[in-house]
Design a protein around this ligand. Structure first.
Ligand code: GZL
Length: 305
């Protein structure tokens, strides 16, 4: 859904507010909710913005249509968290032709970097590598692993797989199954139910989930199958949102690599700098950290998301 920007062409809405069209992926996970909150707070009226928000419900075609509507509305700038990497060249060219700068936040695209002003996000390959390195340390005996992949075609799903696979090369960890759960809790649960049906709880030693929400769904499936998550079947996830960190403290998840969703302020600064004609870095990567159970116990009280 998106509100219609106040009338008033390329100059933005009424007064001197900067009108920004924000094309969010949807509301698929706890991470996404924290990211949306961060963006709404940063692109507030008191910060000089009028935010036209669209949530594409994880539908790439709907997200591209939302960007096209922002161009037609004549917003001053467009921010996108692109659901998938591919398919962006045409609409980004249209935005450039309309002289509307585009900032990518969170995920990135495969289109030429000439087609967007800047990307602020995370190093997804490093996140996968950090998860894989922990797995390589922990699992020195033959280990059957199943993978709950993120949204097919998304940068985090592609890169978290690549980073993890490279890190476990030469180890006795064998990927026996891998399927997308679309970053949702329900998706992770149903895919894990299928894996348990196919391999049996005894046939699975490790779950690598590309985000906490799918890992939390896997926990439900594992418990329903009468096995103990975190013990009979170990779980590694990425995000470090509150529910995931709580499961880590409870011993149901064994390791979490953080993926920082608080990108709003950086994105807002980039929009203002670009509209002021300032040179900006093409890429800004926000640091991540990783948590085992002890680190999660120490960090949980102060976590803001
Ligand atoms: C990663 C972000 C991913 C999260 C998921 O930056 O794009 O999308 O890992 C979210 O939780 O759905």
């Amino acid at each position: 859904s998106d509100d219609v920007a106040a009338p008033g062409g390329g100059g933005g809405g009424g007064g001197d507010l900067i009108t920004v069209g924000f094309a969010q992926t949807g509301a698929e996970s706890g991470w996404r909710s924290a990211n949306t909150e961060s963006m709404n707070e940063a692109f507030s009226e008191e910060n000089g913005f009028e935010l036209v928000f669209n949530s594409a419900d994880n539908d790439p075609a709907a997200q591209i249509a939302a960007v096209r509507s922002f161009i037609n509305q004549g917003v001053d700038a467009i921010v996108i968290a692109p659901i998938v990497e591919d398919g962006w060249d045409d609409v980004l060219q249209e935005a450039q032709d309309a002289e509307i700068p585009v900032i990518l936040e969170d995920r990135t695209v495969s289109a030429s970097e000439d087609l967007y002003a800047s990307w602020v996000g995370l190093d997804f390959e490093l996140e996968g590598q950090m998860a894989g390195e922990w797995a390589a340390e922990q699992f020195t005996e033959p280990t059957n692993m199943v993978v709950l992949e993120g949204t097919t075609g998304s940068a985090p799903a592609n890169d978290r797989a690549a980073g993890f696979d490279a890190a476990i090369e030469g180890t006795p960890i064998e990927k026996i199954d891998s399927q997308s759960g679309d970053f949702t809790r329900d998706g992770g649960k149903s895919v894990m139910e299928g894996f348990l049906q196919k391999h049996g709880a005894d046939g699975i030693d490790l779950v690598y989930a590309h985000n906490d929400d799918m890992g939390l769904g896997a926990i439900e499936a594992i418990e329903a199958a009468g096995a103990v998550p975190g013990e009979d079947i170990k779980i590694i996830t990425i995000d470090a949102v509150r529910d995931g960190m709580q499961a880590l403290v409870d011993g149901k998840i064994n390791y979490i690599v953080e993926c920082n969703p608080l990108l709003g302020d950086a994105a807002a600064e980039l929009v203002k700098a670009v509209l002021n004609g300032e040179e900006v870095a093409k890429t800004t990567i926000v640091e991540d950290q990783a948590f085992d159970q002890a680190a999660a116990e120490a960090a949980l009280p102060d976590r803001t998301y």
